[in-house]
Design a protein around this ligand. Sequence first.
Ligand SMILES: Cc1ncc(COP(=O)(O)O)c(C=O)c1O
Length: 340
Amino acid sequence: MTDFIDLRSDTVTQPTTQMRQAIFSAVVGDDGWGEDPTVTELETLYARLVGKDAALFVPSGVMANQIAIRILTRPGDQVLAGTHQHVVGFEMGASARNAAIQFGFLNDDSGVLDAEEIARAIDAQRDHHLNVSLLCVENTHMFAGGVPLTSAQMSTIADAAGSVAIHLDGARLFNAAVATGESPAALSQRASTVMSALSKGLCAPVGSLLAGSTQFIEEARFERKRLGGAMRQAGFLAAAGLVALTNMVERLSIDHVKARRLAEAVQNRFSESNFDAAHCLTNIVAFNHPRSRELMEQLASRGVHGAALSASRARFVTHADVSEAQIDQACDAISEFTWN
Ligand SMILES: Cc1ncc(COP(=O)(O)O)c(C=O)c1O
């Protein structure tokens, strides 16, 4: 039987043995009353890692983004974001539905927002009476191929944004930290609020964290409840999250090396993609291909499962549960690929 080499996403990762043991022995309480010590420990640790006053544990990355957007905007406001960011294209219109905002789109093909374009978009509100209240930044930028932003790039973006607040979608902020060699706090410093996922490359089963000022997190607690995201003995999940933040970050570099190998195979086999493997700096290989859906289907029939992001863009994601031997097999399948 062909091996199922699962490169669809890093969300497919299983909780590690250490996580399962931590879940089993977690001390828990009712977090609705602020009485779950394991949740509190996780929130305190994340706030410290990203250099913010306080943090909140939420069920998903989408909820973390949505809470931030609800608090930092008013209905009718414009939120600037890259066209391909998760908040724009992958949250089922949630920001319009939950916060009644409209997006102003910025070019993010390279994964990095352009300072002049940001400044122009903000300046436009003077003539058009729009209220631009928020800029969303994604680090790493998923659609662009897991592109990590440095703190210097964040500073350029923040200088252009001026007084407009920044929410950082750092679902894979720890991948960015490992790739750039900078701390999550340095990468988040110019953002008012930041979120990170525990359930992707860090292998926890459930949950994301949202951080910001003390007042922001107080409000976020209410918004989490409004969205139905308040949990009770959530310490069982937080216990796995603590293992994720303390033991699973450094090893992300292994995923990055695996992704680079896949990227090289893609560059060599699909020259029509004009894909440069040197741009693959974290755990995502995203490339243009005119027949991306058929390509992913045909590779899947040979055991290599990626994902089509659109009709012309395909993606492989590496993670802890894909072995070196499977990467070898996947590279061979890509290199030897011929159309059916
Ligand atoms: C960049 C980015 N932001 C946010 C999310 C949302 O996370 P979740 O699936 O936990 O809601 C994802 C999920 O893939 C993501 O890639």
